[in-house]
Design a binder for this molecule. Structure first.
Ligand code: UT7
Length: 361
């Protein structure tokens, strides 16, 4: 039977760091509040375009799989912060990588985007529609982070993670998946204007940043990530205690802990890196997976669960059996270019734009 499995992985985190202490200088917050309510200590801010991050992550994933870019049949860019809509930002990634034989598309399911893309790509590979797919979860959320709004700006960051999916005859890869959404409540986590809803040529700072009813999103995330994880574990024919590693979306340490409790998993079997990067939406899971592999926390034939929740309101979970190889075939020296500016220089246009809200009201 033809299955689809992950054969390569990689990440790209921009070097500029914005700490909780830095945020204390611009909004009425504290390191103590952010740490205890979210688990986040710092996040990365990108001085380059999202497709530059995506390309670096993609190069690492290709090297890990032992593939050249022209071997790809498809590039899927999971993102809700594309640098352009026409073209789809995946076109730039395809060009920067030199994936000359690939199709390319963006996929937007917000924070659940990586799992949506993995399920889509795995189905296409298993069906024989394509052979080799590069999936990238990439975000430049600093663009929509309203740095005057303490209830949201402390949560997000920039970054990219990538995987390569290829066919295999082994009984590995996706064992079960669930994709869900409740669009009736989509407005409780949204950017009110980032599309044709706005007036042409006008970007209103009051409607251009992320708005969120935090406690309600929190409640729904805890419920859905737990439920969806249990569903895919059952559908895969596993028992929760057999799960070797849960790699959850990194939105809030307390959501991760609640999901782990629902599965009765001890912390040693849950991967967490939210302290270092905050919430990077579609990038959290492929970055976390890459770091789990780097740290030797993925064993051959491991039973892994991915779970996510976010804008849409989407949720998704996947149960997959890892293959035999847990080390890269080769490595790439691709890296995000060194910044020639400080984090404050990079954020200056953001501070100026969102700082104009009162005046534009
Ligand atoms: O990936 C997409 C999915 N996103 C999520 O899953 C996020 C889900 N939501 C959350 O993670 C949490 O709801 C937040 C971290 C956003 C907020 O935590 P919370 O414990 O739900 O706090 P809250 O919104 O109920 O606010 C509690 C208090 C309020 O003050 P009062 O009214 O009690 O005086 C807020 O104004 O904390 C205040 N507050 C802050 N204080 C200091 C809100 N943000 C901050 C802040 N610093 N950054």
């Amino acid at each position: 039977m033809r299955n689809a499995t992950i054969t390569g992985w990689g990440k790209a985190l921009p070097p500029l760091v914005l700490t909780n202490t830095d945020l204390e200088k611009i909004v009425d917050t504290s390191d103590e509040w952010i740490t205890t309510r979210t688990g986040i200590k710092e996040r990365r801010i990108s001085h380059v375009e999202a497709t530059d991050l995506a390309t670096v992550a993609g190069r690492h994933a290709l090297a890990a799989a032992g593939l050249e870019p022209d071997a790809l049949d498809l590039v899927v860019n999971a993102t809700c912060t594309p640098e352009s809509l026409i073209p789809a930002s995946a076109s730039y990634v395809q060009a920067k990588l030199g994936a000359t034989n690939a199709g390319a598309m963006d996929l937007n399911a917000n924070c659940s985007g990586f799992i949506y893309a993995l399920v889509t790509a795995s189905a296409m590979v298993s069906a024989g529609v394509v052979d080799r797919v590069l999936i990238i979860g990439v975000e430049k959320l600093s663009y929509v982070m309203d740095l005057t709004d303490r209830s949201t700006c402390v949560l997000f960051g920039d970054g990219a993670g990538a995987v390569v999916v290829e066919p295999t005859d082994e009984p590995v890869g996706l064992a079960a998946s669930e994709l869900g959404v409740d669009g009736t409540v989509a407005d409780i986590l949204c950017v009110p204007e980032f599309g044709t809803v706005g007036s042409p040529g006008v970007r209103d700072p009051r409607r251009a940043g992320i708005k969120m009813e935090g406690p309600e999103v929190f409640r729904r995330a805890v419920t859905k990530m737990g439920e969806a994880s249990l569903h895919v574990i059952a559908e895969a024919g596993w028992r929760p205690e057999e799960v070797d590693l849960l790699i959850p979306h990194q939105a809030n340490q307390r959501i991760i802990d609640a999901t782990a409790r629902r599965l009765k998993l001890d912390p040693a079997r849950v991967f967490v890196n939210i302290h270092a990067y905050g919430n990077t939406s579609a990038a959290t899971i492929p970055v976390a997976l890459t770091e789990a592999l780097e740290q030797g926390r993925v064993k051959p034939r491991a039973k892994i669960v991915f779970a996510a929740f976010g804008g849409g309101l989407t949720w998704a979970a996947a149960a997959l059996t890892w293959g035999d190889r847990v080390t890269p075939i080769a490595t790439s020296d691709a890296q995000v270019p060194e910044p020639d500016r400080t984090v404050w220089d990079v954020l200056a246009p953001n501070l100026e734009f969102y700082g104009n809200q009162e005046r534009s009201g």
